[in-house]
Write a new protein. Structure first.
Length: 349
């Protein structure tokens, strides 16, 4: 089969790879219909986190059709359209039982597909623990609507949940890229008084405004997020802060714009260690909650999509056929043409 292979740091190419086979009774083989490219795909490199071995088929953001099922898979049938979770988890270890699937202790658990095992920018992919890792897509939900369920939207859903966002809150989201947009979608479901999005790119903030996902925007460095949040909240600051950006100064912005006793959720992945200046924040009594995502609410997310309450397909700004996937990489990696997310049609649904 055709597959995108991680060759060496920053280099990917389409190669021929053997079609995956069932290895465990709980596996499924999924024929990939639509796949996307995630920023973390671009950051895959040997010796770093995530750890991928050169020669690995990459990709973990995708939807497809069940082609084959191991005898231990209970909840699916061949032919089902499914969204697939970025995280593989066993469902019964200490962490899984508490919903903390990101820390599943099973040897197969964690971010496996497109990292430690062959991923989904390919015609077929093996999904381990398929009963936990797949979510059925209702007929009236399109591939593009379902595409972000297992990763970006799971991240947004998890962030809104652990951020304890409640009705009437002022929620600040730092970073208006795809993850920030998905976070805003899930925060919106909790009826905050307002969502303030902060970014360095005006066009991303405009995107959030156009889709009703931000009530106010702050474009840095021209505008000052701390001053804006103070003026918007009688001097208090944001009730909840989502730090999604992972930029050089964004962690400092996150705690500064938070009101006393706020929850600051750190969704971002940083390139470098960050400093928590405790003397400067003494008395703010902040609660920090750190990433990564426990992607254990895919069914709730699919229900929201099916009911028309969120439409993540707005994120798809560019579409490609499988033959042009390297063009999609080039566009996405270089942030050209206002790209948010790409959808690559791998096969017909
Ligand atoms: Zn587990």
């Amino acid at each position: 089969m055709k597959a995108v292979v991680y060759v060496e740091n920053g280099r990917f190419e389409v190669q021929d790879r053997p079609r995956p086979v069932i290895r465990d009774p709980r596996d499924a083989i999924v024929r990939v219909t639509t796949a996307s490219i995630c920023t973390s795909d671009l950051h895959i490199r040997a010796g770093a986190v995530p750890r991928a071995v050169p020669g690995t088929v990459i990709g973990h953001e995708f939807v497809g059709v069940v082609e084959e099922l191991g005898p231990g898979v209970r909840g699916f049938e061949v032919g089902d359209r499914v969204a697939v979770n970025v995280e593989t988890f066993c469902g019964h270890c200490f962490f899984c039982r508490r919903g903390w699937v990101n820390n599943c202790t099973d040897p197969a658990g964690g971010w496996a597909m497109g990292c430690r095992i062959y991923g989904a920018q390919a015609e077929y992919v093996r999904v381990p623990y398929a009963d936990n890792g797949m979510t059925r897509i209702p007929d009236h939900v399109t591939d593009e609507q379902a595409l972000f369920t297992g990763d970006l939207l799971s991240t947004g859903y998890w962030a809104a949940d652990i951020g304890e966002v409640s009705e009437g809150d002022t929620v600040a989201i730092i970073g208006a890229g795809p993850t920030g947009i998905c976070t805003a979608m899930c925060v919106r479901m909790r009826n905050p008084a307002r969502i303030v999005m902060i970014d360095v790119q005006r066009e991303r903030l405009d995107f959030a405004l156009q889709h009703g996902l931000a009530d106010d925007v702050v474009c840095v460095p021209e505008e000052d997020p701390e001053a804006f949040l103070k003026s918007a909240t009688d001097g208090r600051g944001a009730d909840v802060v989502m730090e999604v950006a992972g930029g050089r100064d964004t962690f400092q912005t996150a705690w500064r714009i938070a009101r006393p006793n706020a929850v600051v959720v750190v969704v971002a992945m940083y390139e470098e260690p960050q400093v928590i200046p405790l003397p400067d924040m003494y008395g703010k009594n902040l609660v920090f909650k750190t990433g990564g995502v426990d992607a254990s609410h895919c069914q709730e997310i699919m229900d929201l999509i099916a009911e028309g309450r969120i439409d993540p397909s707005v994120l798809v700004t560019h579409r490609f056929g499988f033959d042009d996937i390297m063009e999609a990489y080039d566009l996405f990696a270089n942030h050209r043409d206002g790209v948010m997310k790409v959808a690559v049609r791998i096969s017909e649904p």
